[in-house]
Design a protein around this ligand. Structure first.
Ligand code: FAD
Ligand code: DLZ
Ligand code: SF4
Length: 516
């Protein structure tokens, strides 16, 4: 049966379910469309990365002898929607008898695709996305009947199932998790390895020009461009990470350093999420480094946990709770996103650094996302919809299945505690402990109140005051709320005034909708 096989921009994998059983005569469709390129104001490097990876993937398929219909963003007859491009392919290529595609990574697109069987005059087969270790059904059966969906227990089951870092039935090294060793700040005498950036080739250059022309005012720098855009290139990045960064990944996983976005992180999420790398192959390489004595257990366990634990778990949470998940706003954040999330124009050195890195690379590491920009948005009570849109737009690895649980659940506690047992709220002391940002900041991280005080300090207590009633049943916050209880009226007024003055200075003076 001649088949039209649609491959999305984040499905660039030869083993993709939609390509299984491909026959001569079938047509593989890839399309650059405005609908996908602009449903959020994507970072221009993210678009360039994905289009270049799509074009290279199409070339690889052609070299293999497959027939590929590749629609470029500037093709004159481009309808600029995926459904329009499927329709056009069916009209242009007579004799196609069915459509096969793999489920998408975002609910928004799934809703559109659910209409497809009624839309086209041929049968439509949507296949599951088996690039993940845990299927939707497997996650649902794990979640069933549980009061709390704790990542750690999910992770242990996946460790057992995959056999990764197992010593018979026991975890390697006698414990499941070595996180206690993975919270060091970066000492001055530890040098950071220089990254092996990839030179853009002719295809990437062409795409960079196209993105520059089509999105002249878009967010983020297109140059310099150093990401890999092919499977081979992504494998080389994996090899570089295992050799040069993995050994210290664990120790400095939570560290922050001014002007240094990558530290010992893998920078592999963009390849994993668009299909150029497979999660199990990445974990097996890391495990082999441990078995060969080239990387310590705390590093390898920590790294593997991020992939088979967190990455699989957040995907499970997303599909298990959507579409209601994103409607939740447990802490009723309603303030708008401050402009400095786009411009980096703020005197808060930590935020200026993370937003600058983000603008430059379409990348920030986990603690930058969670404890700097995420923490600020939590403390300031920013509307989760605006925060979600920002994270979905600005990172090259961002698709809603992974972005939303991390932002909505982990960073903002907007899901009311499905993922986290308490909000990840932190004052300036945390950032000071883990970074060198505060030394160069115009604010004083040790000062609690007044114009010079670090905003994270009074915003932390302002957050606790604004949410005192909402959070009073949370046992993990008990000691903090008891502490707050002892604050005098005058101290409370001082916190409120500092916070209001600060919100006004950054143009977000709206109150939370319902103060409690
Ligand atoms: P490393 O630190 O080297 O970790 C290794 C791999 O583990 C990553 O490549 C990634 O695939 C996986 N991983 C690590 N942490 C997580 C996590 N919490 N959830 C899922 N996978 C994880 N990750 C995305 O891939 N896309 C997103 O859109 C995204 N949005 C985020 C938003 C917020 C607010 C936060 C706090 C985190 C977000 N993350 C997201 C998770 C994490 O920050 C990134 O996966 C990580 O920074 C990517 O860089 P890396 O490849 O160098 O990761
Ligand atoms: C992110 C993205 C962008 C920027 N552009 C395209 C595109 O033009 N064509 C395409 O097929 N996919 C693109 N993507 C990835 C999709 O947005 C992604 O497949 C869905 O969000 C589902 O995860
Ligand atoms: Fe950030 Fe406060 Fe430190 Fe400045 S003093 S860098 S605002 S934590």
């Amino acid at each position: 049966m001649r088949t039209l096989r649609l491959v999305l921009g984040d499905q660039l994998n030869r083993k993709l379910s939609a390509l299984r059983g491909v026959q001569p005569g079938d047509i593989v469709l890839l399309a650059e469309v405005n609908d996908e390129a602009s449903y959020v104001p994507h970072h221009r490097k993210k678009i360039a990365f994905l289009f270049s990876a799509m074009r290279h993937f199409a070339e690889d398929l052609r070299e293999e002898g497959l027939t590929v219909r590749y629609v470029r963003l500037d093709d004159e007859s481009n309808t600029h929607s995926l459904e329009g491009e499927v329709e056009r392919a069916l009209a242009d290529e007579p004799g196609l008898e069915r459509i096969v595609h793999t489920e998408p990574g975002e609910y928004r697109l799934l809703e559109i695709m659910r209409e497809w069987p009624d839309r086209y005059g041929v049968p439509v087969e949507m296949r599951s996305d088996d690039r993940f270790i845990c299927s939707h059904e497997r996650f649902a059966s794990w979640a069933s009947g549980k009061q709390r969906l704790t990542m750690e227990y999910f992770y242990r089951e996946i460790r057992r199932e995959t056999g990764l870092l197992m010593d018979g039935d026991e975890p390697e090294g006698g414990q499941w998790n070595f996180d206690a060793q993975n919270r060091k700040a970066l000492p001055d005498d530890v040098s950071i390895p220089e990254r092996a950036w990839v030179q853009p080739d002719a295809i990437t250059r062409e795409v960079m020009d196209l993105v520059g022309e089509r999105f002249p005012d878009g967010f983020g720098d297109i140059e310099p461009f150093g990401y890999a855009v092919t499977r081979q290139g992504a494998l080389e990045q994996l090899g570089w990470f295992i050799k040069h960064a993995l050994p210290k990944f664990g120790d400095y996983q939570d560290a922050l350093k001014d002007g240094e976005a990558f530290l010992f992180h893998s920078v592999l999420s963009l390849y994993l999420n668009c299909g150029l790398l497979d999660p199990m192959e990445v974990c097996r390489e890391a495990e082999a480094a441990f078995r060969d004595g080239k990387a310590p257990l705390n590093a390898v366990e920590g790294f593997i946990r991020q992939i088979i634990g967190w990455r699989e778990y957040v995907r499970g949470i997303y599909w298990h709770f959507m579409p209601d998940y994103l409607e939740r706003n447990a802490l009723e954040g309603r303030r708008p996103l401050p402009d400095f999330y786009w411009t980096a124009d703020t005197e808060m050195a930590c935020i200026a650094d993370v937003v600058s890195t983000t603008r430059k690379h379409a990348y920030a590491h986990h603690i930058q996302r969670l404890m700097v920009t995420g923490n600020f948005a939590l403390l300031a009570g920013i509307d989760p919809k605006a925060v979600n849109e920002w994270y979905l737009a600005v990172y090259a690895d961002a698709y809603e299945w992974v972005e939303a649980p991390n932002t909505h659940g982990m960073a903002l506690y907007a899901d009311g505690g499905i993922m986290a047992t308490k909000p990840y709220a932190a004052s300036g002391a945390y950032i000071d402990r883990m970074s060198d940002h505060c030394a160069g900041c115009r604010y004083d991280v040790k000062a609690k109140a007044g114009e010079k005080a670090c905003p994270f300090n009074y915003l932390y207590w302002n957050f606790m005051m604004e949410n005192e009633v909402r959070l009073k049943g949370n046992r993990r916050l008990g000691p903090i709320l008891s502490n707050l209880n002892r604050f005098s009226d005058e101290r409370r007024r001082e916190i409120r005034e500092d916070a209001s003055r600060f919100f006004e200075s950054i143009g977000i003076s709206q109150p939370r909708k319902k103060a409690s």
